[in-house]
Design a protein around this ligand. Structure first.
Ligand code: NAP
Length: 560
């Protein structure tokens, strides 16, 4: 085991759930909520700089996204050499990945290894949720009540709750009547689900659905896929790493790190300058063919920079991808339903797949196009859909129902916790018309609180660990700066966060992404304000911005 960060004092007291007691001991420096990539990385950096820290995690192990999402086929969409921590050269040299896109168990093992190797576990309380957190103006501290009844007092509160961690099940009536079992992809039983000989239904064809569907089809007696929106998906072309490849990565990690920190997507992709429309059709076609052969969404991520801003340019790529998808599906009617036509390419998060479209050529797989035959209700036997004939319905009989129906993204997990700031201001009330943040890291009226990968940061529009490490390091440095200057309190202002939020929105308005319904826009959740939730300026530019803010003595923040 590598020498871990020194043990710091943590403090807690017990209280009855109905009467939160005031903590008797001095506050811990930082309470971190969540032990996924963000929380583990944050904890490492805090301990390493001598802060006391405590992490509270709902799962019974560390891992976050990779703890909760255990459905068959679950794997990463970022290439392995970029999807990891870069904070320790020893960790980078010691860990060997097996595939270009590692599967969930491998990434979970990696995160468990990080927790063990850096001796982080003794600062983490598992199977514990933070129910509420409130800032006390008199003491300048946060007081958080856990679901155990314990109250933790801390000088700082850091949310590391993930962007896609609040799963959603659609509100059609009758789920309580369904005789079979049902699961959400993000709350998969640890013991697995046996589909052998069963009639299975999957609702949802986003990244999770597109990964789980081919795997269930191999096992189930029959699989019915309920599709509301046909999706563009790119072949992952996943494969085991070749002999020597891991060694090449290890020799190049410094360069890879520098590259992804400067890149727009935090990945080893860079858009081409100019317009897709400015080159001859044959040149475009050649580039699209070569990109397709490489796998991943290379065509989009390394394609011309106007693919996501100009509908005509986008259509050249979308037409190409549609033609490739069409080649993969035998039945004309199924093909027609599976071809995405209602949104430009890349305006919903593009999934990577392994044999997804080919799965619909199997005899035991049926596609139900919900645009033609919408769901009416769940019933004891399965899912009842309209048939298109007035007053007529049809029940798809099922033994198991799988919801791959997504998440209340980015703001959902934050607003699940009852957070109250200075003067008793509620975060839920403050953000009822949409989130307001400065840099996606802080929100006015909530002193000493930082939101890792919060709304208004690049996060979900990038390779998540790259975005997370930017935030982990920035928060660490900010706390060190405060300690060095004897500051107790940091906060941003309403004017500053308004300016940043407008800037984020203006960047989004320049793109096609704001024109469609997606979880990026919050429009997958009924009643959620429709607003683009992430910063589109890119990881590299964003890194320059937050570094510049720090260099100017945390411009936009005030200290007390
Ligand atoms: P998602 O992208 O939001 O997809 C949800 C799917 O469920 C969509 O097809 C949606 O249709 C459908 N749906 C939602 N409500 C419905 C309803 N009431 N009736 C019928 N269909 C409904 O969720 P996800 O697939 O879990 O993925 C979310 C994000 O997690 C991804 O975009 C990605 O960022 C991340 N993720 C990553 C990986 C990876 O890296 N490999 C894997 C999985 C997830 P509509 O499109 O019509 O709304």
């Amino acid at each position: 085991m590598e020498a871990g960060p020194s043990a710091m004092t943590t403090t807690h007291t017990s209280a009855r759930p109905d009467a939160p007691a005031a903590p008797a001991e001095p506050p811990v420096d930082v309470l971190v909520i969540g032990a996924g990539f963000s929380g583990l990385g944050m904890l490492y950096h805090l301990l390493e700089r001598g802060f006391s820290a405590r992490v509270v995690e709902a799962g019974d192990d560390v891992g976050g996204t990779w703890y909760w999402n255990r459905y068959p086929g679950c794997r990463c969409d970022s290439p392995t050499e970029v999807y990891q921590f870069f904070f320790s050269k020893e960790l980078l040299q010691d860990w060997d990945w097996t595939h270009v896109y590692p599967a969930q168990p491998e990434i979970l093992s990696y995160l468990r290894h990080v927790a063990d190797r850096f001796d982080l576990r003794r600062h983490i309380s598992l199977e514990t949720r933070v129910r509420s957190a409130s800032f006390n103006d008199a003491t300048g501290t946060w007081r958080s009540t856990l679901d155990t009844g314990e109250v933790v007092e801390s000088r700082f509160l850091v949310t590391a709750v993930g962007c896609l961690s609040d799963p959603q099940v659609p509100a059609y009536p009758g789920l309580e009547n369904f005789r079979g079992e049902w699961h959400h992809t993000s709350r998969w039983p640890h013991s697995g689900v046996d589909f052998t000989g069963k009639r299975v239904g999957v609702i949802g064809t986003g990244s999770s659905g597109i990964q789980v569907i081919p795997e269930i089809a191999k096992e189930a007696a029959h699989l019915t896929v309920f599709q509301r929106t046909a999706n563009f998906s790119f072949p992952a072309r996943n494969r085991p790493l070749r002999p020597g490849e891991m060694e090449e990565f290890k020799a190049s990690y410094d360069a890879i790190h520098a590259e992804i920190r400067a890149a727009k997507l935090g990945q080893r992709f860079a858009p081409m300058p100019g317009s897709a429309l400015a080159v001859p059709a044959e040149v475009r076609q050649r580039f699209y063919e070569e990109s397709w052969a490489r796998g991943n969404a290379v065509l989009l991520f390394s394609g011309w920079e106007d693919l996501l801003t100009n509908e005509e340019a986008n259509a050249t790529a979308a037409d190409f991808v549609r033609s490739k998808i069409a080649e993969r599906i035998d039945d004309p009617e199924t093909r027609d339903s599976l071809l995405p036509r209602n949104h430009p390419l890349g305006t919903k998060r593009p999934p990577l797949d392994t044999e997804y479209f080919e799965t619909f050529n199997r005899d035991n797989v049926t596609l139900v196009d919900l645009r033609r035959t919408p769901i009416e209700e769940f019933c004891d036997g399965g899912v009842r859909v309209q048939t298109g004939v007035p007053d007529e319905s049809q029940v798809h009989e099922l033994d198991v129902l799988v919801f791959a129906t997504g998440f209340d993204a980015i703001t959902g997990p934050l607003l699940e916790i009852d957070i109250t700031g200075s003067g008793g201001m509620s975060l839920r009330e403050k953000w009822q018309d949409g989130p307001l943040t400065y840099l996606g890291l802080a929100t006015a009226g909530f002193p000493n609180m930082f939101t890792i990968t919060g709304p208004g940061s690049p996060a979900v529009i990038s390779n998540m660990p790259t975005a997370i490490e930017q935030h982990n390091e920035w928060i660490r440095d900010c706390l060190v700066y405060m300690r060095d200057h004897g500051y107790q309190r940091i906060e941003t202002s309403a004017t500053t966060e308004e300016e940043w939020t407008v800037h984020v929105s203006e960047l989004a308005q320049e793109t096609l992404l704001v024109k469609v319904d997606s979880w990026y826009m919050g429009s997958n959740i009924p009643g959620k304000p429709r607003r683009f939730l992430s910063y589109l300026g890119g990881v590299g530019t964003y890194g320059d911005v937050i570094t510049g803010v720090a260099a100017k003595d945390y411009d936009g923040f005030t200290f007390g």
